[in-house]
Design a protein around this ligand. Sequence first.
Ligand SMILES: [Zn+2]
Length: 369
Amino acid sequence: MDTFRAARVRKLSEFTGIMHMHWDGQCRREALVAWIGNLWWLADALREEGLRVVEQPDWRQRGHGEYRDIRGVMCHHTAGGGPNDWQVVLNGRPDLPGPLSNLVLERDGTYRVIASGVCWHAGRGSWPGWPTDNANWHVIGIEAVSRGIPDAQGRYDWTPEQLDAYVRGCAVLVRRAGFPVRNVVGHKEYSSEGKIDPAGIDMDDFRAQVQQVVNRMNAPRNPDDYPLPEGYYFGPLEGPVQSVSGLHPSERPEWREALKHWQRAQQIPDTGAWDAATAAAARALQARNGWNPDGLIGPGTWAAGLRGPAVPPTDEPILEEVAPEIPEGPAEPDTEEPAPTEPQPPVTTPRTVLREVLQWIRDRLPVGR
Ligand SMILES: [Zn+2]
């Protein structure tokens, strides 16, 4: 339906080059704007990266005008910090009509898509390659929900889900709109008006993380490589968003294809879904390796599974077959298992080590209940 509506709007603009923009009910203004493509792809592109997306009704028709060329993205915080911050972004303030940003990043990592056209968010400032004091016509805006002030211990209220989605969402925009990572810019870096947002985020570190995600997205994929984003695993549908079941419409089709590849290596039906046979095969592999047999497929179980089933398929139940072979001793970290064909990239930074430890812990936490 959305595609149909978008096509119809595009069609209109091709004929007239101009059309009425429809404001939400509570706003009495009406503006004449010309439309071309704008960011029609925003919601789909974010979803394809596995991000959660809420499409605000009529977002494709919303904006203060059509984008010229897209040169970057500007990162903000809302300074509110609550679940209704998006309403201000959509409707505006008494001194500034909405939309005030294309995207709102909610505290649970969900992107709320507000507008496909130009939004008023940049204010006065400068950045290399952008028109001074006039960046709105070239820059996508993301307003991330945060109070923007530290607590007594100096900590900000960003959630891990939000920071992860912030980086990945910007990587999606870099790749899709084709601007360099150096043009992922904090409002505080651009502004000549003393803006401090997004507070608590080091933009150099942020850009380095965005670059890592972009590199991963651009890398040619080996079908044996672990197919999911960091922190994600194949698991039950009722698990958290990191649990990829192959059954949820927001999951990427490539993930289902990847799971089929693993299932074929395991000589079980290649359903592309984390089903009973898949969980049993994963548990058998984990039991044989002395790992926590939770049946979830993280990087270690993925790599082990590509070498074939834990036991040759027989008519007997798999778990009875392997139960006596469970070795003594502590569980091996899942991620220490090297991929069969490809050496693991060298661990270079304390941050990477910390991430791997967190991942190891996450893989072992009970999920979905
Ligand atoms: Zn800002």
